[in-house]
Design a protein around this ligand. Structure first.
Ligand code: BGC
Length: 747
C-alpha cells in the first residue's frame, strides 16, 4: 500500500467520507483502491470486542475474555514492567482477534476522588501516569497494535463530560493535565490519541487547534492520528482544520458532506484534509503490515498473568503488630459479600465480559469460615447478616472483612455523590473490630473512600479493582505467598472536604473551574501539611527497606546538564520483597508558587533478604522546571534544589542539595508600574536602582520614633512596593528622567 499514491487517486468525497468510521468499531474501506477496513476496540484492562452489531451501551455482548487489574490498581504497582507485561498480553490478544487498535490507556488526572471513571485512570500525579502509560503503549505497539491515549485532555469528571468546559490556567494545564499525554506521545510514541468530549477554556477538544496541532504536532512532533471520543464532534470541518483526523463512530450517514462543502467554499483547505487522510491511511497500512493472521491466545496463561499482576498492584496500607501475613493454622473468618463475589472492574465502555471472576472464598476453600455480613446492593444494615458476622468474628482468631464500593458507585457517565462506603459496611467493620482485635479490612474500589473505623482496625489491604483474579491474588497476599509491594498512586484524604477540588467540583452552568491550579493531590495536601489517612506513595511490605549512600554526580549544574543520582537500597527484613524507590525534587527558593515536592523519577526494586542494590536515576531540566507563561515553556529558576529519596511523599529517607542555574532569561518589560522590588531582581535594574538608592536619602531614613516599632521592616516593605511612577510624585526624579530610566532599562 503506497499511501501517497492512494491519496492522489481519492476524490474529495472519498477523502471526506474516509474521515468518519464505518460503524461503531470499524474504519471505512475503499474497495476500488484496495484500502481495507480495520477494527478498534475498547480496553484498556482487557479486550472488549463486541460481537455482532456494535452499540455504545454494550447491549450486544462482547467476547468472553480475561479482565486484568484496572488502571487505578496498575498505577499502584509503580512498576513499568507490570505495564509491559499487560501491554504484551493485550497486544497478542488483539492480534488473535484481528483488532488493529485498543482504545487506551486512560490518562486523565484524578483531580477529585468522586470522578466516576477514576478506576480507569492512573494517578493524581502526571509523571507517574505518563510513565505507566508509556510503558503500556510501547509494549502494546510492540505487538503491532496501535494504542489510543485518551481522553485528550482535561476530562477529569463525568458530570457534563460531553458538554462542559474545563477552565484552567496555562501553567496548570502544562504541569498537571498534559504531561502524561506528552510522555505517551514522546516516549511511548502512541499511534493515536482520542480527543475528549469536553472543552478546555471554552474550545471543544475536537476543534481545538492549540491542542491538536500546535501542541501535539508542532511542539511534541507527533504523527499520531486523533480520533474523537464517540460522538464528540460538533463542527466536522472545524475539527479537520484543527487537526482532528477520524470521527467515530460514524456510520452510513457520516458521508463527510460538511467537509466537502467547507473545502468547496474555501473555509477548509484541502491540504488540511489531505493531512488527516494520510495519517489515517498510514494507520491502516501499518495495521495491515503488522497483522499476524496466525496469532493465537492462551487464555489460561492470561489468567495466570492477571493473578500475578493483581498481586503486584495491591497496597498494604496498615499492618500494626505484624497481623499480616496470616498463618495457615490461624482460624480465619472471611466476612463480607465481596469475599464471595469480588468487585474487580467498573462499569462503562471498559467493561470486560468475564466468564468467571475468582473469589477469595473459593481460593481459600474450607480453611476459612464465611459470613456474608452485608448486602452489597444496599446501604442499610441487615441485622441478621450483621449478627451472624459478629458471632463468627468472635469465634475466629482473625476476621478478614472484604469491603469496598458497590458496582453502582463507579461508572462511566456518573460521578459519585460522596466519598463514603455504604453505611452497612462501615457499621459491620466497626462492630466486628469491637469483638475481634485481629481484624483485617480488604478494600475494593477504584478510588479513595473515607475510613471512619481506621483507628479500630490493625490491618488494611487495598486491592483496588484488581481484575478477575483479584480474589486469588488477595489470598496470596493475605497469607504471604506474595509480599505486597504496591504504593499509592493517589492520596487518601480523611474527608471529601479536604480535597483541593472540593469547592469547585463538579462546577456549575457547564463550567468547571480548576481553581486549585497545580495544587492537585499531594501537591496540595503536603503544602497545607494536612493530615491524611494515607499519603501519596505510601505502601507497606512484609519486609523493610533501608536507604543509604545517596549521591549525585554534581553539586552544581545548569538546566542544560543532566544529574545522575544513585542510592543504595537494602532489604533489612527476613523475606523477599519489592519497593517503589521514589525520587522527589524540592525547590527551596522560588518566586512562584510551587508544591513542597514533586515526583520526578521512580524505580521498582526487588530484593532478597539482606540483598542491596544501587538504584540510579538521571534527571534533566524538567525535574527542576515549572511552566512559565512568560516564555510559554518549562523554565528553571536559579537556586538550590533538594533531591529526595522516599518511600512516600511524607517518608523521605535521604536527601541531597544541588545548585541549578537556569540558562534562559525571561523577557522583562519595565513600565511605570514596575516596582522597586521587581527591578531589584533584574540584573540591570538592580545596578541602576541600587545606585539610585545609595545616592538618595531613600535608603537611610530613621523614622523609628515617628512610625513605631517594626518601622525598618515597614520602610523596607513600602520601598519594595513603590512603583517607578511614584518616584515622580515623591519628587525623587522628574517625569523626563523617569522616561529615560524606563527606556534605558528596556534597552
Ligand atoms: C468513552 C471512551 C470509549 C468510547 C468507545 C466513550 O463513551 O468515553 O473511553 O473508548 O466511548 O466505547
Amino acid at each position: 500500500m503506497n499511501v501517497n499514491e492512494i491519496l492522489a487517486q481519492m476524490t474529495l468525497e472519498e477523502k471526506a467520507a474516509f474521515c468518519s468510521g464505518h460503524d461503531f468499531w470499524h474504519t471505512k474501506s475503499i474497495e476500488r483502491l484496495g484500502v481495507p477496513s480495520v477494527m478498534m476496540c475498547d480496553g484498556p484492562h482487557g479486550l472488549r470486542k463486541q460481537e455482532g452489531e456494535g452499540d455504545h451501551l454494550g447491549i450486544n455482548k462482547s467476547i468472553e475474555t480475561v479482565c486484568y487489574p484496572t488502571a487505578a490498581a496498575l498505577a499502584s504497582s509503580f512498576d513499568r514492567d507490570v505495564m509491559r507485561q499487560l501491554g504484551d498480553a493485550l497486544g497478542q490478544e488483539c492480534q488473535a482477534e484481528d483488532v488493529a487498535m485498543l482504545l487506551g490507556p486512560g490518562l486523565n488526572i484524578k483531580r477529585s476522588p468522586l470522578c466516576g471513571r477514576n478506576f480507569e485512570y492512573f494517578s493524581e500525579d502526571p509523571y507517574l501516569a505518563g510513565e505507566m502509560g508509556a510503558a503500556y503503549v510501547q509494549a502494546l505497539q510492540g505487538q503491532g497494535i496501535a494504542a489510543c491515549a485518551k481522553h485528550f485532555a482535561c476530562n477529569d469528571q463525568e458530570t457534563l463530560r460531553m458538554s462542559g468546559s474545563s477552565n484552567l490556567d496555562e501553567r496548570t494545564l502544562r504541569e498537571i493535565y498534559l504531561p502524561a499525554f506528552e510522555a505517551v506521545v514522546k516516549k511511548g510514541k502512541t499511534r493515536s490519541l482520542m480527543c475528549a468530549y469536553n472543552a478546555i477554556n471554552g474550545t471543544f477538544c475536537a476543534e481545538n487547534k492549540a491542542l491538536l496541532t500546535d501542541i501535539l504536532r508542532d511542539e511534541w512532533k507527533s504523527d499520531a492520528f486523533v480520533v474523537t471520543d464517540w460522538g464528540a464532534i460538533k463542527d466536522r470541518a472545524k475539527g479537520t482544520a484543527a487537526g482532528l483526523d477520524l470521527e467515530m463512530p460514524g456510520g452510513p450517514n457520516a458521508t463527510g458532506e460538511e467537509i466537502v462543502e467547507a473545502v468547496q467554499s474555501g473555509t477548509l483547505s484541502e491540504a488540511d484534509l489531505d493531512k488527516a487522510v494520510l495519517r489515517l491511511l498510514q494507520f491502516v497500512k501499518d495495521s495491515v503490515e503488522q497483522r499476524r493472521p496466525d496469532a493465537s491466545i492462551d487464555r489460561d496463561a492470561c489468567r495466570k498473568l492477571a493473578r500475578k499482576l493483581a498481586g503486584e498492584c495491591a497496597v498494604l496500607m496498615k499492618n500494626e503488630g505484624g497481623l499480616l501475613p496470616l498463618k495457615e493454622k490461624q482460624k480465619a473468618a472471611f466476612i463480607g459479600e465481596f469475599a464471595d463475589k469480588p468487585r474487580y472492574q467498573g462499569a462503562g465502555s471498559s467493561h470486560i465480559n468475564v466468564p468467571h471472576a475468582v473469589s477469595a472464598l473459593e481460593t481459600a476453600g474450607d480453611a476459612v469460615l464465611y459470613a456474608r455480613g452485608y448486602d452489597a446492593h444496599s446501604d442499610t444494615t441487615d441485622e441478621v447478616l450483621l449478627n451472624e458476622a459478629i458471632d463468627m468474628a468472635k469465634k475466629a482468631e482473625v476476621a478478614v472483612i472484604f469491603a469496598g464500593l458497590p458496582d453502582a458507585f463507579e461508572t462511566e457517565g456518573a460521578d459519585r455523590d460522596h466519598m463514603r462506603l455504604p453505611d452497612n459496611q462501615n457499621e459491620l467493620i466497626a462492630a466486628v473490630a469491637a469483638v475481634n482485635p485481629n481484624t483485617v479490612v480488604v478494600l475494593h474500589g477504584g478510588s479513595p473512600v473515607e475510613l471512619p473505623w481506621l483507628a479500630q482496625v490493625p490491618a488494611v489491604l487495598c486491592v483496588y479493582l484488581g481484575g478477575e483474579q483479584v480474589g486469588a491474588a488477595t489470598v496470596d497476599l493475605l497469607y504471604g505467598k506474595v509480599n505486597p509491594g504496591g504504593h499509592l498512586a493517589e492520596t487518601w484524604p480523611i474527608r471529601l472536604q479536604d480535597n483541593p477540588s472540593y469547592l469547585n467540583f463538579p462546577g456549575e452552568e457547564g463550567i468547571v473551574t480548576y481553581a486549585e491550579g497545580n495544587y492537585v493531590g499531594y501537591r496540595y495536601y503536603d503544602k497545607k501539611e494536612m493530615p491524611v489517612n494515607f499519603c501519596f506513595g505510601h505502601g507497606l511490605s512484609y519486609t523493610r527497606f533501608a536507604y543509604s549512600n545517596l549521591r549525585t554526580d554534581k553539586e552544581k549544574m545548569t538546566d542544560q546538564d543532566t544529574l545522575t543520582v544513585s542510592v543504595d537500597v537494602k532489604n533489612v527484613g527476613s523475606v523477599a520483597g519489592k519497593t517503589a524507590v521514589q525520587l522527589y525534587v524540592r525547590d527551596t527558593e522560588s518566586t512562584v508558587r510551587r508544591p513542597v515536592r514533586e515526583l520526578k523519577a521512580f524505580e521498582k526494586a526487588e530484593l532478597q533478604p539482606g540483598e542491596m542494590k544501587t538504584v540510579t536515576f538521571v534527571l534533566d531540566k524538567r525535574a527542576f522546571a515549572y511552566w512559565e507563561p512568560k516564555c510559554h515553556d518549562f523554565f528553571v529558576e536559579n537556586g538550590e534544589f533538594v533531591v529526595e529519596i522516599g518511600e512516600s511523599s511524607r517518608d523521605i529517607r535521604a536527601s541531597r542539595s544541588v545548585r541549578v542555574e537556569g540558562t534562559v532569561v525571561l523577557p522583562f518589560t519595565v513600565t511605570e508600574n514596575t516596582t522597586i522590588g521587581q527591578l531589584l531582581k533584574h540584573p540591570k535594574g538592580k545596578e541602576i536602582i541600587g545606585n539610585m538608592m545609595r545616592s538618595s536619602a531613600m535608603s537611610h531614613v530613621d523614622q523609628t520614633d515617628t512610625m513605631g516599632e517594626g518601622s525598618e521592616r515597614m520602610m523596607q516593605g513600602m520601598m519594595m512596593g513603590i512603583q517607578l511612577g511614584a518616584l515622580v510624585s515623591y519628587g525623587r526624579i522628574s517625569r523626563k528622567q523617569l522616561k529615560e530610566l524606563i527606556a534605558s532599562l528596556n534597552a
